[in-house]
Ligand binder design. Sequence first.
Ligand code: G3I
Length: 369
Amino acid sequence: MKLRRSVLVFALGLTAVLVAQTAATGGTASSRHNSGQSPGAGAVPQDSLRALGSKVGIRIGTAVNTDVLAANAPYRQITADQFSSVTPENVMKWQVVEPTKGTYDWSAADQLLKFAKTNGQLVRGHTLVWQNQLPAWLTAGTYTSAQLRDLLRKHITDEVTHFRGHIWQWDVVNEAFNDDGTMRDTIWLRAMGPGYIADAFRWAHQADPKALLFYNDYNIEGLGAKSDAVYALAKQLRAQGVPINGIGAQGHLDTKYGFPNQMRQNLQRFADLGLKLALTEVDVRTTLPVTTPEKLAQNADYSQMLEACLLVRACISYTVWGFGDAFSWVPSVFKGEGAADIYDENLQPKASYFALQQTLMLASGAPHR
Ligand code: G3I
């Protein structure tokens, strides 16, 4: 852990140069597609992201689309080879786990936990409290505020209890703020007031005292109104003894907006509150078709987010929000944009993969290509 800080500070200036070189010359990603080795901790390629991450004390994770995981062998192999942490992209969300009131379906998430165990990976649970992807039966008009509070407590308690002992980090509350720093107007804020956040953390902690409990949001990577609001919340929760352990900065960037303002300093101020940090949903979208300058900007964004995390001792994981452009959420939400991931449509590694690989190599002082 100590090594990564000192070497990285020295190497920061080099990374951009190396990334540019890699983009120009290409590179190779290790894979065991033909090796027949069973993927497990210890059997991963030495130059995989997960192996390099372990040398510098950080887990490199990915969101997993469990439908693709079940159907696509190369996707499975990359997930196992390259990542030491997995996050279910959708299958722990309320809509999926309780489609009918009172009837749980944990099957898809249980499958992912089994895969993670086989492959020596930790699991980020995502997400307990959100205003999106709620089940169809859960609508504001149907229940009183008191009933909504009871439903939320039961949801958190039942889900965290089901997975107790198997979740490394839980995203307890997701996206509770607007970009201007005001609280987002959600079903939970309306029913319970701002105290719903503290309640959610307390209920989750009661159900699994050993899980690390995170607040997770986007556009809080750098200093700004939204991250100031999350900082104020975190400080207040810590002062009140609420069991919050970390802040997840999602890391959904777009090349047209530039890099977040003073990201390392921003992460450090949360660390100074005694919190852990995680980059939880990293991807870098761009306008299609991608031009060379945009590709270079993507590479730089990926590696600079990783550098910011590596430079803050309390930053424990860096998770990409899926790794293959063919399965990315981006094109369906941002029309005309995409190419946001580190593998292309054919699951071939892109320059942004090599940018991450080289950043990790530089951080560990290992020789680079
Ligand atoms: O499962 C249904 C399927 O039955 C149906 O046929 C199909 C028709 O469109 O929809 C399927 O559900 C989709 C679901 O993903 C599973 O694939 C939803 O329409 C679609 O909206 C949903 O998108 C997810 C999105 O969250 C919902 O807000 C994305 O996959 C997922 O990547 C995205 O992830 C979020 C994080 O949880 C929080 N942070 C932002 C991030 C990106 O939006």
